[in-house]
Design a protein around this ligand. Structure first.
Ligand SMILES: Nc1ncnc2c1ncn2[C@@H]1O[C@H](COP(=O)(O)OP(=O)(O)OP(=O)(O)O)[C@@H](O)[C@H]1O
Ligand SMILES: CC(C)(CO)[C@@H](O)C(=O)[O-]
Ligand code: BAL
Length: 358
């Protein structure tokens, strides 16, 4: 049954929460209420797994929550679209918000955890206001920017950081805040955002945070596209072409698995897949093509994400990439468009870990 704390809290309002078989869970908006509840749980000997998210939940997020429930008695999910990680020309304003379905998904998952009778529960959602998260000065996405920030160099400037210069400063800062507020035993992040996972591990190590960082494998659509909240921007045409990134990385992985260790030998098949798809799209008419730009294809060291020329079989490496699906210039009335009618560019990222070989 639900833990009763002194904290003021809001029961989830979905009609499903009225069903007897479901447990009451809590939504915290303020730091002080959450802390009070967390203290009670600590005194009761409970363990907390935190899953930080920006909402618009999908099966990838749920796999993190499920793992957290296997390893902790209580799971906290944060839902907060953090402004400081969005550059000034990025999609902060249009980032998908699906609060009701997020709550329903978490509640259904909690009900199935209860039914299975094993593991922890989805205890609480932390959905703070921006004033609560940035109490002193309004969040700033400019460089150098005003505020209290956590920066991790040079790691945060590589790969994603080259195209999104404030991204990891924002992520490291907001995660430090979340970790300080929730004080979880364990935190759960997705492999899909591989550089983010390396940044978080570094943050926890360098700032001596007593937290275990767990990285959970990427959930994919049946054709291989990595699930992502931003996929809702992809209508059917861009969605079909977007899988090219995953195909390209798989081709490179196949080369590695066949025994190739040098950078060019591993990456050439990935570039061949991307070039051939780009050529195909450029031959199609504007109302049939979905064009994209390749930001990077990287073969890097798994600890510091510096590019490598050779993969040492004993160490493996990280193969990662990013492409930008360009807005459609001409749409047809007979096609299904994405959120925003395919007028927004969409950045897709993906990666594969090249495992060390025995
Ligand atoms: N397909 C996935 N499989 C496993 N974990 C995922 C997947 N997608 C996202 N995550 C993880 O969920 C957490 C929250 O991510 P976030 O809310 O930004 O969702 P997202 O799908 O990555 O959205 P975005 O489109 O912003 O990249 C992160 O740790 C992220 O790595
Ligand atoms: C970790 C995170 C919740 C920080 O805002 C975000 O970057 C995300 O959802 O991956
Ligand atoms: N999934 C990482 C959050 C972002 O891209 O802003």
């Amino acid at each position: 049954m639900a833990f009763v704390s002194r904290a003021v809290r809001t029961a989830w309002l979905s009609p499903r929460s009225c069903m007897v078989s479901k447990r009451r869970s809590h939504v915290f908006r303020s730091v002080s209420e959450l802390r009070s509840h967390r203290r009670d749980l600590l005194l009761a000997g409970k363990t907390i797994g935190l899953v930080p998210t920006m909402g618009a939940l999908h099966a990838g997020h749920l796999s993190l929550v499920r793992r957290a429930a296997e390893e902790n008695s209580h799971v906290f999910v944060s839902i907060y679209i953090n402004p400081t990680q969005f550059g000034q020309n990025e999609d902060l304003a249009s980032y998908p918000k699906t609060w009701d379905s997020d709550m329903a998904l978490l509640q259904d998952l909690d009900a199935s955890l209860k039914e299975s009778g094993s593991g922890g529960r989805v205890e609480a959602v932390f959905a703070p206001t921006t004033k609560e998260m940035y109490p002193t000065v309004p969040p700033d996405s400019s460089l150098p920017g005003k505020g209290t920030f956590v920066t991790i160099t040079p790691l945060a400037g590589l790969l994603e950081g080259r195209s999104r210069p404030v991204f990891f400063r924002g992520v490291a800062t907001v995660c430090t805040k979340l970790f300080n507020i929730v004080q979880p035993e364990r935190v759960y992040f997705g492999q899909k955002d591989v550089q983010q996972s390396v940044v978080i591990k570094r943050l926890v190590k360098d700032l001596h945070m007593p937290i275990d960082v767990r990285i959970i494998s990427t959930e994919r659509e049946s054709d291989g596209l990595a699930m992502s909240s931003r996929n809702v921007y992809l209508g059917e045409r861009r969605r079909a072409v977007g899988v090219v990134l995953s195909r390209a990385l798989r081709a490179a992985e196949t080369a590695y698995k066949s025994g190739i260790q040098d950078r060019d030998g591993i990456l050439a098949p990935a570039h061949a897949v991307l070039d051939s798809e780009a050529a195909l799209q450029s031959r199609l008419a504007d109302d049939e093509s979905a064009r994209f730009e390749v930001d990077y294809i990287s073969l890097a060291d798994s600890d510091n994400l510096e590019e490598v020329q050779m993969v040492k079989p004993s160490q493996g490496a990280v193969l990662s990439g990013a492409i930008k699906m360009l807005p459609l210039t001409t749409t047809r009335t007979d096609e299904r468009l994405g959120q925003g009618e395919d007028k927004l560019p969409v950045r897709l990222i993906d990666n594969i870990i090249l495992m060390p070989k025995p």
